[in-house]
Ligand binder design. Structure first.
Ligand code: PLP
Length: 386
């Protein structure tokens, strides 16, 4: 049986945690999930209404591959309102999730052998999909000194400019936000050195005080990535998008037409509902709940012995150092699940070097659940060495 060499990439280990958590749930029925990188709420009411209406009034066949025009209009309006940048529907290409956007963009922008830089720790699917496509991934070591974000100094120290740089702010797994001045400086550096800046802004809207900037506020040669998954609480609907510079639009359109045909049509209508002003209050309510849960988590993490974590400026993650408790975060997370039914994610997905000493906790669940998880962790022998 033929299997390609390029498919030999790392799995997304969080999926293994989800599998183990499902088993524990079947046997004990007591699992609290702090491992999933997704909201625990359904899509906003107007999105659900729009989906129902679409199933009764639309054919729901294929759409144009870049997405229906009203959706691209709504996405352009959303970016204009949130960033002040003049975005038009022609700038927008939609995909099946931002995941679909990333693969298509990597194909459209990079050739095998091209080097693309990203942060370590960082979102593993960037690394794994780039490698599957034959690109070289350059991981930039990013620590607390730079809020786990890249800087112009790091790029300037490279032997040659990379073909691409991916930044995420707020980031997964750290939740940190890149300072607007640094993002602007990176965008200028990339423009000046022929490096394609890919700015993953899918967690925009989920921040707790620090300002978030968009790459397009500085450079329209960058690519901005968006999604309905996080702020809009619609992971399973699979709608994401790119704001793309003119030279990339046609390659993206041609590639996505071949690879995906179009994003799921019912989801495009749902996304249109999610982007409507009527959905705002509900979505802002989610953000406020995350803020309350985040405060609780930050108050209680030291009590359970987790004192060293990245500043969770946004998204819904706490990236914690467990090096004083274990140097095998995979086994430690497995043992924690077996001991008290709390499922958290080992850091190995996100950091190929230090991940065995890190874990990621998601606070997207209910405040009461997170509180209960912390009670259980405080009582666990696995945290007694703290
Ligand atoms: C930083 C980051 N980018 C992209 C994605 C992919 O999201 P989606 O394909 O649901 O838009 C995720 C999902 O967790 C993420 O954390």
């Amino acid at each position: 049986m033929r299997v390609s060499r390029r498919s030999a990439v790392e799995p997304f280990y969080v999926m293994e945690v989800l599998k183990a958590a499902a088993q524990r749930q079947r046997s004990h029925g007591d699992v609290i999930m702090l491992c999933a990188g997704q909201p625990s709420t359904p899509g906003p009411g107007p999105a659900l209404d729009a989906a129902v209406a679409a199933t009764t009034t639309q054919v729901l066949g294929y759409t144009e591959s870049t997405g229906i025009l009203p959706l691209r209009h709504a996405i352009a309006d959303h970016h204009r309102e949130t960033t002040g940048v003049d975005v038009s529907p022609e700038d927008v290409v939609t995909f099946p999730g931002s995941s679909g956007a990333f693969t298509t963009l990597f194909l459209a922008a990079f050739d095998p052998g091209d080097t693309v830089a990203m942060t370590r720790p960082g979102y593993p699917a960037y690394r794994n999909s780039l490698q599957a496509l034959g690109c070289e991934v350059l991981e930039l070591d990013c620590g607390p000194q730079t809020r786990y974000q890249p800087t112009v100094e790091m790029l300037a120290a490279l032997d040659e400019p990379p073909a691409g740089l991916i930044v995420a702010s707020p980031a997964n797994p750290t939740g940190t936000i890149i300072d607007p001045e640094e993002l602007a400086a990176l965008a200028r550096w990339c423009e000046g050195h022929g490096t394609l800046l890919v700015s993953d802004e899918i967690y925009h809207g989920l921040s707790y005080g620090r300002p978030t900037a968009s790459a397009w506020q500085t450079s329209r040669e960058a690519v901005v990535v968006g999604s309905v998954s996080k702020f809009f609480s619609m992971t399973g609907w699979r709608v994401g998008w790119l704001l793309a510079p003119p030279a990339l639009r046609r390659p993206l359109e041609v590639l996505t037409g071949n690879l995906n045909i179009c994003p799921p049509t019912v989801s495009q209508y749902a996304a249109l509902g999610a982007l409507s002003p009527q959905a705002r209050a509900e979505l802002e309510g989610h953000r406020q709940r995350y803020a309350v849960t985040r405060d609780l988590l930050l108050r209680r993490l030291p009590e359970v012995g987790l004192r060293d974590y990245a500043p969770p400026d946004g998204a819904f993650y706490a990236w914690c150092d467990v090096g004083h408790l274990t140097d095998d975060s995979v086994a430690w997370c497995r043992d924690l699940l077996a001991d008290c039914g709390v499922a958290i994610t080992p850091g190995v997905d996100f950091d190929t070097r230090e991940g065995h000493r890190r874990v990621r906790l998601s606070f997207a669940g209910s405040t009461a659940q997170v509180d209960e998880a912390l009670d259980r962790m405080a009582a666990s022998p696995l945290l007694q060495g703290r």
